[in-house]
Each structure stands twice: as C-alpha cells, then as structure tokens.
Design a protein around this ligand. Structure first.
Ligand code: AMP
Length: 108
C-alpha cells in the first residue's frame, strides 16, 4: 500500500513543503517535536537506511544538512538533531525512507 509520503510526493496529499527538486522533497512534520521540525524524503522509494542506495542516501544527507542550516538560521537557534528511524523496533512508523531535522528550541 502507498505510504502517506508517497501521496505527498505525488501531490495526492497536502504538506507544508519547504523544498523540492527532482530527487527529494522536504516538508514540515505534522506533529512537530520542536518548532521547525521537518522531514526530508527521497522520491525514489526505499523502506529505510537498511536498503536505500548509497548514492541516494548521500544526496539525502547533503540536502538535509543544507536545509537544516537554513532553518536554524531562520529560527535563530544554534543546533539541530538529525534522526533516522529504521524499522518499527526503532520507532519507524512511515515505511518510506526519511530524515528528521529537529531544530533546537530557543534557550536550550
Ligand atoms: P517515523 O517515526 O520516523 O516513521 O516518523 C514519521 C513522521 O512522519 C512522524 O514524525 C509523523 O508526525 C510524520 N508524519 C506522518 N504523517 C505526516 C503528514 N501527512 N505530513 C507530515 N508529517 C507526517
């Protein structure tokens, strides 16, 4: 069955998109752990970091870092967490590879 992220990629579901190109899409998490929490998702399907192609993983991380730096500047905070959950045992809920970027909260 199609995941919600595939539906967002295909524009069948709405999301607050902050970046998109041919290979990746980034949108704000619907249930943010901190202000500015967003997800970066490769458009080519893979389940998680166990099976993603290395070149797609490297590109994903490169874009995630770039967007994270931009977002923390915008929020005026100095740090962020970069998290990837792989499999249900590691709290993965949506089974389409994604990177979480969670900016630090102000004053933390
Ligand atoms: P994970 O536990 O790594 O699989 O995280 C999945 C994330 O996707 C969670 O943080 C959810 O809040 C987020 N999420 C689920 N559905 C949507 C949606 N429609 N738009 C944005 N984020 C979503």
């Amino acid at each position: 069955m199609e995941t919600i992220f595939q539906q967002i990629i295909d524009k069948k579901a709405d999301a607050k998109i902050l970046f998109e190109n041919k290979r990746v899409i980034a949108f704000y998490d619907i249930n943010p752990k901190a202000p500015g929490h967003f997800l970066v998702v490769p458009k080519v399907y893979s389940r998680n970091f166990k099976t993603i192609k290395e070149k797609d993983m490297l590109y994903l991380i490169k874009i995630a870092r770039k967007l994270a730096l931009k977002e923390i500047k915008k929020l005026n905070v100095d740090g962020f967490r970069l998290i990837v959950n792989n499999e249900a045992s590691a709290k993965q809920v949506v089974f389409h590879t994604h990177v979480h970027i969670i900016p630090s909260e102000k004053g933390m």
